[in-house]
Write a protein that binds this ligand. Structure first.
Ligand code: PDD
Length: 283
């Protein structure tokens, strides 16, 4: 069945939804994006994603083509037109269409595209089974705090993981884990949750912010600092967070089973708390 896609003000059947070959998103990866999950027809953490979108645009000196309420209305319209109850909304803003030039064009209007994907996110097999991850060198650009569409290296990492019989990869820079190919990474040792501090090296996950808040409220011990792959392989348990995986346990790193090799109690509890709490504020 054909989806309805949003392109620069129009709602179009996906076959008719097109952007120019001169779009800077296509030519130069000069574009930013957001992924917002949908459970039971409601958008999870919409304001967090909107706030980060504004920051990404501003870091790249790109005009903002929308405001909060207009963007929420577009999200809702797309969910309604496509009958999406569980899944996600993908949003991309590029600098727009212009003759190819390394300098930013002065008069280009940003292009904005949104589409939906139906997917059972809350009830996922990976959450029950846990993920196997491998570690790979982090060879992405140095401004990973901006959510750009430069996803070729993460994509290569995901394929390297699959070839190694794993599910995903954790990236390592200067001897420390940065994050997963499309998620933030955590380990648990002696009941203490450890995840990398924010900076240019990782994306400030919207799910990360919420999960850390809930963990603090539940009096769990937390440490925001870099950790090594050795430390990770010796951890009691591990997990990842993102808008599409929520909290998902990791059961193996580089072939080494963590704990008894099954999803750990901290990850399972945080997944439950995250789903319960974030549904309360879903829009
Ligand atoms: N990815 N780190 C990276 C590199 C990511 O790509 C993502 C999200 C995250 C988690 O951020 P959030 O909690 O805001 O989703 C961390 C999305 C889901 C994607 O590319 O599909």
């Amino acid at each position: 069945m054909s989806r309805i896609v949003y392109v620069n003000g129009d709602y179009l059947p996906e076959e008719e939804a097109k952007v120019s070959v001169f779009d800077r998103g296509f030519l130069m990866a000069d574009a930013v994006y957001e992924v917002t999950s949908v459970i039971g027809g409601k958008l999870i953490d919409f304001d967090g994603h909107f706030t980060r979108l504004c920051r990404s645009l501003s870091e790249l000196e790109m005009d903002n083509p929308t405001d909060r309420d207009a963007l929420l209305a577009i999200h809702r319209e797309l969910l309604a037109r496509n009958g999406v109850v569980d899944g996600l909304v993908y949003l991309q803003v590029s600098r727009g269409v212009a003759d190819r030039d390394f300098a930013y064009p002065e008069d280009a209007a940003p292009s904005m595209v949104l589409f939906t994907q139906t997917k059972q996110l809350a009830d996922s097999p990976a959450a029950k089974k846990g993920l196997r991850v491998i570690t790979i060198p982090d060879q992405r650009w140095a401004r990973r705090d901006i959510k750009t569409v430069q996803l070729l290296y993460p994509s290569m990492g995901k394929m390297a993981a699959k070839k190694a019989g794993a599910d995903d990869a954790w990236m390592v820079e200067d001897g420390h884990v940065t994050e997963g190919t499309s998620n933030n990474a955590y380990i648990v040792k002696g009941g203490r949750i450890i995840t990398r501090h924010l900076g240019n090296e990782i994306l400030a996950g919207i799910t990360r912010a919420a999960v850390l808040r809930f963990a603090r409220e539940a009096q769990m011990e937390l440490e925001e600092r870099a950790f090594t792959p050795d430390e990770a392989r010796a951890a009691d348990e591990a997990f990842v967070t993102s808008a599409t995986t929520f909290v998902t346990p990791v059961i193996e790193i580089d072939g080494v089973a963590l704990g008894d090799g099954t999803p750990g109690p901290v990850a399972r509890r945080l997944r439950e708390i995250y789903l319960d709490e974030s549904l309360k504020t879903a829009v």
